[in-house]
Design a protein around this ligand. Structure first.
Ligand SMILES: NC(=O)c1ccc[n+]([C@@H]2O[C@H](COP(=O)([O-])OP(=O)(O)OC[C@H]3O[C@@H](n4cnc5c(N)ncnc54)[C@H](OP(=O)(O)O)[C@@H]3O)[C@@H](O)[C@H]2O)c1
Length: 313
């Protein structure tokens, strides 16, 4: 029997139920994985109220889009994204539905061999935010010689944007709360606090101007300040789709957009390689037991988790 968190109705985190059920045996093109760690994302929480998709046919909904663990069964004639696979292999899966579970059966194309340098907790949390960070950097075009403003540099997406931008040769100025300033500095960016007066604080740090901006926080202020400081709106990228961003011609990273899907799918293997080589690392804020998934989701929904949150078993 496998344990899994399900959402029987789009009634928010309090509606979640931990249930036991037989695990479906993998068919062709599928593998089963004993989950050891599952990344917790803000979108997991947002989806519980049906914010962007309240499709009743998806209920009961499995929660969790990424998980690491050990292969327990392989469907006939099945390879994973990185090649052949066998029972006992360490793997990570993204993008899946239902990662908050003790064991899962998932599509093998979304499963990657886990490099031995990468532990399960690090691997379970890095793919979702990693591919979004890579897409945002790509959309902004930021590279060598550029000064890049990163909104939400203390968040999981923002922390990876900072590291990827540094690899690309950009100078980064990143926003966070007062409590997050040291953490941002350790990531390699020049920190400043978000909130009133942000544009002036950034001007003081970059008197010669800001070439590009990435909104990894999703706030109105991030878009406003970006549009105020960056003369070419096509050098601004956001992960918060909205009419103003569209009208302004800002680059948008959105999970359901065909262009984002096309960018993110191949980016998964790249992010894993960068993490395995130590070129990027995602700060882990807290781990929770699988049984405490609702508490983990509430913690992430505060908007200030202080790093990545991962469920462990
Ligand atoms: N479009 C997509 O496909 C996509 C994909 C992934 C994520 N997202 C969204 O992107 C956002 C960030 O994701 P994440 O995983 O990085 O979340 P996270 O780790 O919780 O980070 C949240 C970030 O937002 C900052 N923040 C909180 N309140 C703020 C405010 N009032 N003004 C400015 N910044 C503020 C936080 O700073 P402090 O902690 O320092 O306060 C932190 O840097 C979430 O809203 C998530 O849903 C969208």
């Amino acid at each position: 029997m496998a344990q899994r968190w399900i959402l029987p109705a789009y009634d928010g985190v309090d509606a979640l139920e931990l249930v036991e059920a037989d695990l479906r045996a993998p068919g062709a093109g599928e593998v089963s994985i004993r989950v050891t760690a599952a990344g917790v994302n803000p979108s997991d929480h947002k989806g519980l109220s049906g914010g962007w998709n309240a499709d009743p046919s998806l209920l009961p909904l499995g929660i969790g889009q990424e998980a690491a663990g050990v292969v327990t069964a392989v469907g006939p004639d099945t390879r994973i994204a990185t090649g052949p696979v066998a029972v006992g292999d360490r793997v990570v899966a993204f993008k899946i539905s239902g990662g908050f579970a003790s064991e899962i059966t998932v599509v093998a194309d979304d499963v990657f061999a886990l490099p031995e340098q990468l532990d399960d907790i690090a691997a379970a949390g890095i793919l979702h935010v990693g591919v979004v960070a890579a897409e945002l950097l790509h959309l902004s075009g930021a590279g060598a010689g550029d000064t890049l403003l990163v909104h939400g540099g203390s968040g999981s997406v923002g922390a990876l944007v900072i590291q990827l931008a540094e690899r690309a040769g950009a100078r980064t100025i990143a926003t966070g709360s007062a409590e997050s300033q040291d953490r941002i500095r350790r990531l390699g960016a020049e920190p400043t606090v978000y909130g009133e007066g942000l544009a002036d604080r950034v001007r003081a740090l970059a008197p010669r101007g800001v070439d590009a901006a990435i909104d990894a926080a999703g706030t109105a202020e991030a878009l406003d300040v970006s549009l105020e400081l960056v003369s070419d709106a096509s050098r601004i990228a956001t992960l918060a789709p909205g009419p103003r961003a569209r009208e302004a011609g800002v680059g948008i990273s959105a999970g359901a957009a065909p262009a984002s899907i096309a960018f993110r799918e191949p980016a998964r293997a790249v992010i894993l390689e960068l993490a395995a080589s130590g070129a990027i690392a995602l700060p882990i804020a807290r781990t929770f037991a699988l049984e405490d998934a609702p508490e983990a989701l509430r913690h992430v929904a505060t908007g200030h988790p202080g790093g990545k949150v991962v469920l462990v078993r």
